[in-house]
Structure formats: C-alpha cells, structure tokens
Design a protein around this ligand. Structure first.
Ligand SMILES: [Zn+2]
Length: 120
C-alpha cells in the first residue's frame, strides 16, 4: 500500500495552484512505499504542453517511483498520453485536478488503474 506524507501532498497542491492555468509536473521519490519528496525538472513549470514531454526525459534514478501532474481542466482522469507516460515512468502516478484540494486528486498504477494512497 502506498502512502504519501501530508506535507508533500500540500506542496503538490500549492505548486499546482501556482502553475494554474498551466500544468504542474514533477516526479515522486519514495522510501518503503512512502512518498516523501517531489523532484522538479527544469522547464516543467513553463506551459501546459511541456510537462509530459519533460516527464519522458526523466533521468535514471531508482529512488523515483512515479510522477505527479496537474489537470487545470478539473478532471483527475488520465489521458491517452498520460497512460503512455505512466507505463514508462514508474509504479505510482498522481493527478491533481482543479481546484487542487485534498479531495481533487487520484492515484494510478502503471496500467492506469486507480489505486489507494494513504495520506500520513
Ligand atoms: Zn494528464
């Protein structure tokens, strides 16, 4: 079972608000299935089209377990491009949707199936 630290979730929600109306994107770093840090890539805050591209360019880093990105449109449902990226970039992927509250996010596995993540 995946867990995420509350302060990391807050950081993700704040960063998504800051980036709005553009997408925010980053990688997730975890230890013992607890997500404790986000990893920013240069350029990922600069526009709604660049986020996924940057995620594909991820460095090889085995502490990175997956990705997070925002959907300014308001629906935390993965797109076809998202599913393609999920399959390539790790085991857990979070989508946070507008208005970026603790209720407006969902997590998926690499197959795009919704999974439960406990906030701790
Ligand atoms: Zn997406």
């Amino acid at each position: 079972m995946w867990k995420i630290r509350k302060n990391v979730l807050q950081l993700i929600l704040e960063a998504s608000k800051d980036a709005y109306p553009d997408e925010f994107g980053a990688f997730l770093r975890a230890k013992h299935n607890i997500i404790y840090e986000i990893v920013m890539l240069p350029g990922t805050l600069s526009g709604d089209r660049s986020v996924l591209f940057q995620l594909f360019m991820k460095p090889i880093d085995f502490t990175i377990v997956g990705s997070v990105h925002s959907h300014p449109s308001g629906y935390p449902i993965p797109s076809g491009a998202d599913l393609n990226m999920f399959a390539k970039t790790g085991d857990i992927h979070i989508i946070v949707a507008y208005p970026f509250t603790v209720e407006s996010w969902k997590a998926y596995n690499r197959d795009g199936e919704e999974i439960e993540v406990k906030v701790i």
